[in-house]
Structures are given as C-alpha cells and as structure tokens.
Design a protein around this ligand. Sequence first.
Ligand SMILES: [Zn+2]
Length: 446
Amino acid sequence: MKRFLVIWMVKLLYFAGNLLGKGTSLPGGIALKICPDILKRLKLPKLVVAVTGSNGKTTTVEMIARTLEKNGLRVAWNEGGSNQIEGVTTLLCRRANAKGEVQADVCILESDERYARHTFSYFTPTHFVVTNLFRDQMTRNAHPKWIADLIGEAISEKTTLVLNADDPLVAKFGKDRPGTVYFGMAENIESTKEPVGCYQDHAFCPVCGQRMEYEYYQFAGLGKYSCFGCSFVTPPADVLVTDYDPVGETIEINGTDRIRLAFGGRYFIYNLCAAYAVCQLAGISGKQAASDLSDLVQKNGRVAAFEVAGREGMLLTAKHENSVSYDQSLEYVSRQDEDMTVCILVDAISRKYFTGEISWLWDVHFEKLNTPRVKKVLLCGRYAFDLATRFSFTGISEEKIEVIPSLEEMGRRFYAEDGTKLYVITCFSDKDKIYSRVHALGATAK
Ligand SMILES: [Zn+2]
C-alpha cells in the first residue's frame, strides 16, 4: 500500500513540477523520505544499464536510449540528466504501474559517480558502463582516484561491466572479472607517442602504484599502457575502433561497421563505442547499431549556432572545472579553417555551489588556440583576469587578447563585426548569459 501511494505521489509531483518548470529530483527526494527503500520495492526490467564516469554520461545515455527506442524497445531513461538517487527514484516511480512494475524493456540510468554506491545499494544494475575518469569538479569530487574507489564500492559481483579499456583507472574494475566487455581505440593518425595536455593522472599503475609505460596516447591518459611493476596492461577491446578518419569524420568498429560522427574529434568516439556495445548487449546487431548511431545529433547537443547583428557564431558547451571537456571544445575550434574570434566565459564556476577555485584553468590546454586562424581571444566574466594570467603562458600574442570582466561589455563586443566568426566556449552554468545577448539558432551537428 505504501509503495502504491509513493508511486502515485511521485507521478503527481512530477506532473505538477513539470507545469511549474521545476527539476526532476524533488519528487524522488520526498519519496525517499517517506519510504527510504522504495527502489528496492520496484520491479525492474530484465536489462538495467547504469552509466557513470567523469565525461560523456549524458551523451552516452542519450545515444543508447534513442537507438534502442528506434529499434522498438520501450526505454526508461533520465532524459533530464538528473542522476543522483533522487532523480533515479523519480524516473523509476514515474514509469512504474500500481504493482510497482517499471513499464519498460530497458532502463538506462545515468548515475553520478559519487552517488552510484547509494543508488545501487537498493538494486543491482545488470550492466554498468564506466566511460572514463578525469579531473572533474575537484571542489566536490576531489581526485579521480578517489572517485574510482567510490565507484568500486558501487559495483556488484552480479553486474556485467562495460569499460573503457584505454583508461587504466576504469579498466582496473575489470581485472579478474571474466565476462567484462571492453571498448577502445587502436592506434590512429592522431595518436601520440608523448602525452598531450597539462597533467598526467594516469602515469602510475592503479593496481600496484608503479610507473606505467605507454606505447601511444589517444588523449589525456587514454591509450595503450603497460605497468613496469605488475601484469596490468590495456585489455583487448571487444568493441575496437579499427579505423578513425578525422577528415571524413567516420570510424570503423571491429573492421566491419562504419559510423559517421555527428560531432567531429576524438573525444566523442569512446561514448559512441560504449553506446554501440550496449546496443549489442540489448540484442541490436552491430550493423544496425552503427547505422542508427551515424549522424545522431543529440538533443543535449554541445554545439549550437547563433547570430548576432549578422555575425555568425557558435556556442560550445564545455564544463567548468573539467579540463578534458574544455580540451574537447578547444580541439573543435582549432580544427575550423576560417578566421575566428574565440570568447571564453568563466563567470559562475558552478550552478550548484559557489567556488572560486580556478586551478583547473591550468589543466586546460588553451595553447590549442595559438594558431593564425584565431585573430582575437576575448576572456570574459568574473574570472577574466585569472584567464588572462593563464593565457599569458600560452604563447598567444598579447595583442590578440582582450580582457572583459563585464558581461554587458562582452555583449557589446559581440556586435563589433570584424570579419571573423565568433566561437564562444563556456559551461552550462554560464550559457544563458550568452543566449541572453545573441539570437540563438539552435543545436547543430557540425
Ligand atoms: Zn602495476
């Protein structure tokens, strides 16, 4: 009876919250107060896939969900990206019938790295995808190795792991676990012999602590590694990118299935591989999954076009406090073959808490903007001067850099047509400050 009441309360609160434009965590939070083990009392579908990691959770979940839906499966997934235990509770209660049966063939649950152990103390996912572990919101999450320990606590022996083989912190979870599914990338035209980027959290073996040797790197600490001190090496991937064509923007998986990339660059590819692996586990053929994942433009697209007084612009959403996310946007910008002005806006570091911690600016590879195509760099927002200090180490000529702490001034500066396209890189927490000053044209694939 209690379960029945709680489920209906969540449905009503969710409906009311939707009308009021509120988030999706509140109904689940109240449900957990009334009935702390409500998640235990629900009957879940046969396939329950959890997705966690520092980067790419939302993207991976969306790709899996939309591909499975396209193939006729009923999918329950946290579209709003509300990924702590309250959001998961809202989702599952909302999709449950009066008997507590979740009405779906598959659940795909984005799960916060820190909260996974709480959520999965009430039920066990059949599959657990870990995309990668990088520095992310260190004010809140501390070091990725600490996060790895927390995720380790969330993993049940009964769960099949789907892991990034090329990330040692992630691949470690599959050690001595037969049946683990790995995804990875073979050496390709953009692999490097030396690490690229400002920090090396993956230099030491997560198993024995000895230094590791890399045959090549893909980006950050991802690549083909082996430990000097123990037998830990990059495991062979079940889903392997055998060919990557950055110009044609395609990848080939396991030598057979080719996927066209909706978003150029290497960073997105691991998410695609994870999605491809899960689609296969859900019974979709590799060929079909590759076809459905090709050109899949995400609703939560990171790239959106805008226009300001006839001037074309692109907004790239990165995440503050997450240097790999910034590197992804910077790589995208640096690939464009046109004269450009690049604006970096750091005004509110987080939308959830206040922090003035800016050490992460030193982890971002802003040096990528040191190209002839970048004509101007606008450093904007409350942290404009911290950005300027960081940029003084990039080698980018001082004449190209304008420091603009005022958002009003930033808006006015956008109108200064100088024949360049305007690229803006910022975070979800600051995105609206851009949209209120430009004419948004919507998400775009390229
Ligand atoms: Zn080792």
